[in-house]
Structure formats: C-alpha cells, structure tokens
Design a protein around this ligand. Structure first.
Ligand SMILES: *Cc1c(COP(=O)(O)O)cnc(C)c1O
Length: 383
C-alpha cells in the first residue's frame, strides 16, 4: 500500500504534521485506495455522525488491500456490524461515570488519576473504549478545565501518578504538553507521569520531532503506555519511534486488546509479543474486550484469552507475557485472570501444571522462623 504514496517525498512522509493533515476521512477518498466491501460501504453510511472515521496515510499503508480481513483494516474501516442491534447492546453507557471528579478527570485508584485531554485521534479505532464520545466532535480541554484538574491533583496528596489520556494526548501541541508537564512537576507528591498514547502505532513520526523528545527528557520520570494489537503494526518506523522514546529515558509498555478476527489466535499473539520485546517494549496487559456499544462484534470468550496466555508460557521470556485482565464495569477496576496453574491436593501437597502441560505434585512447608540457623532442634527451649 505504500506504493500509493510513492509520490510523497520522504521528508513529508516522515513528518507527523503531514500525516495528521492528510488523514483520509471520507468514503470517497478511501475508495481510491481500497476496493470497499459492501458491509464497509454500508458501515460508512450507517455510522456517519455517530462514530467518526479517520486514518493516517501511514496506518492505511499497512493494510494489505488484497485481504478483506486484514487486521489493520478491521481496526480502522467502519462496518455495518457496528450498528447491528446486538453490537448496540451496551453493558455500561459510561464506564467512568462513578469516578469522574471533574470534566476529564477520573480518579479510581487512590494513587493514580487519569486526565482525558482531548477527543481528537489520528485514527478512530473501531474497537475504541471511548467510542461513545467521539461522535460529539473533536474537542480539547480548555485551559481552565486543565487548571481545575491540576488543582484537584495538587490538593490530593494520595496521588502519586498522573496518566495523560484522550483521545490522543500527544496530538496536543508541544507547548501545551510542556505546560501540563511543568505544572505537574510543581506538585511534590506526584512522582510518575504516564502517557497513554497510540502514536507509536498510528503515527510513529510524532517521535521524530526533536522538540517533543527534549520535553520528554526534561520531565522524567515518564512512562509511555502504548497500544499495539497486531504484529503487522510493529514496523521499522514504529521501531525507530520506540528507539527515540527509549533514548529519552522513558520506558515503553504495551496494552493489547483481545479482538476477534484481529488477534484472537495464540500464534498471532506470540508473534506480537516476540516483536514487541525485540523492539524493547514490555507487554503489560492483554485486556478482554469491554462491552462497548458499537464494538460488541470484537468480543471473544474469556476461555480464548486464557488459551492464549497458556500458550505463551514457555515460548517467550517471562517479561514477554502480559497480564490478561478484565476491566469490570462500574469503576470496579481491572482484575487479572490466570489459567489454573496449581491446585491443593491434600495437606501441604499441591498439583502444579508446567509449561508443557505436565502435572507435578509438590509439597510446600512453612519454614519455622523460630529455629536460629545452625542450632540443633533438641537445643530448643533450653537456656
Ligand atoms: C486503567 C486505569 C488506570 C491504570 O491502571 P494500571 O493497572 O495502573 O494500568 C488508572 N485509572 C483508571 C480510571 C483506569 O481505567
């Protein structure tokens, strides 16, 4: 697909501003690049005004136009299934309802707050957990709203970490970002800034901007949490972006969402985790897909996720195996779920399941900490 953009000079292709300005946003233009399927044409018509569409030339260039089920195509191009009654069934109309403190500020865990800075994104992912709000248009928080959020953080000493989220927080100008970072750094009890960004996947060119990299370096400790879902997204440019981020001293972790048709296959996930660890991105989570109105068709069973986690064990270093988790509705938080690796048989004896599936009996005794090292048991209790 890069062939379509062969006439674009390299220096423009590598400029994030060009990528953002040249986003494809309508049916007619995307039709020049992809032979759309009937359900995609229907999807464009039915989702208009409700769930916006946009894609950067870069992310579009990763689609194999010959494959109607291409994993990037499924994440980015609307389909009529989004408007099916079943996909419109909604478990939780606003997952952050209970925890919203101020417009844009979510405080669920005592030590961490989430600032949602904008509804703008370079690409509107069809599975997005914020899908519900994107129909209202692209809007960034006002200076006043940001100041109010910062004030709440300043007055809440339990907050150790501020997570910048969106939409896409790194779509804000460097000036705005630097203002927010410097204001957060004035608050003594905040130790960590985390940026939840999909730019490394959708517009890795953002991290070829020297000014942004200098800002990241200046306001450490910062963590970047990103969102790769498929090995095809781990490109040379994505690797360069991650390299540039790492050089600023910022660790990069990844959150994948388990999506039917995109990555619900053990081999696909293994390949993704191998590629991520090779470019030095630590897989943090695989999330079970939330009940999101318009994205129900992406949901799998829990057993599928457990099968994938079991498959990964033994095939990649432990740091390459993310935590599989469900984000409970009503602000109840993320709960890790694991395959059953051990079971108590009797007394102190447990049955363990190894990475090859073998069952091994093993006894666990509690160490009696009363016995000083080297002393003989019969000495105990004597002066
Ligand atoms: C996911 C989330 C966090 C961060 O959770 P981690 O397990 O630290 O990644 C914080 N606040 C809210 C509201 C969240 O949804």
């Amino acid at each position: 697909m890069r062939d379509f953009f062969n006439n674009v000079p390299e220096e423009l292709w590598l400029d994030y501003r060009w990528q953002i300005q040249h986003r494809i946003k309508d049916l007619k233009t995307i039709g020049k690049y992809l032979k759309l399927l009937p359900e995609e044409i229907e999807g464009f018509k039915e989702t208009r005004g409700r769930y916006p569409f946009a894609i950067t030339p870069y992310y579009l260039s990763l689609i194999n136009p010959e494959d109607p089920e291409d994993p990037i195509r499924l994440q980015a191009i609307p389909r009529s299934v989004e408007m099916d009654p079943e996909a419109q069934r909604d478990g939780d109309p606003n997952p952050f309802r209970e925890e919203t403190i101020l417009p844009g500020l979510t405080h669920r865990y005592p030590d961490r707050v989430l600032m949602s800075l904008t509804t703008f994104c370079p690409v509107y992912c069809r599975h997005c957990m914020r899908k519900r709000i994107f129909g209202d248009g692209e809007r960034s928080r006002t200076q006043n709203e940001i100041l109010q959020m910062l004030n709440y953080i300043k007055e809440t000493p339990s907050i150790r970490e501020v997570i910048l989220s969106g939409g896409e927080p790194l779509s804000l100008s460097n000036r705005k970002l630097e203002f927010i970072f410097s204001e957060i750094r004035k608050i003594k009890h905040v130790e960590i800034i985390r940026i939840g960004t999909r730019m490394p996947v959708l517009t890795p060119q953002r991290f070829f901007d020297k000014n942004l990299l200098e800002i990241l370096e200046r306001y450490q400790p910062i963590w970047i949490s990103t969102h790769f879902n498929h090995p095809n997204e781990v490109t040379e440019l994505a690797q360069k972006a991650v390299d540039n981020i790492l050089k600023t001293g910022t660790p990069v972790i990844n959150q994948t969402v388990l999506l039917k048709g995109v990555n619900d296959h053990p081999e696909t996930m293994l390949s993704l985790m191998k590629k991520l660890t090779t470019i030095k991105v630590k897989p943090q989570y695989i999330f079970h897909c939330d009940p999101i109105k318009g994205a129900m068709h992406f949901r799998t069973t829990l057993e599928k996720g457990l099968e994938i986690i079991s498959y990964l064990r033994g095939k990649i270093g432990g740091y390459g195996i993310p935590t599989y988790a469900v984000d409970l509705p009503g602000g109840k938080g993320k709960v890790p779920i694991l395959p059953e690796y051990f079971r108590r048989i009797s007394g102190n004896t447990y049955s363990f399941t190894t990475f090859t599936g073998e069952k091994v009996l093993y006894s666990i005794y509690e160490h009696s900490s009363q016995t000083p090292a080297g002393s003989l048991p019969r000495d105990q209790g004597f002066p």
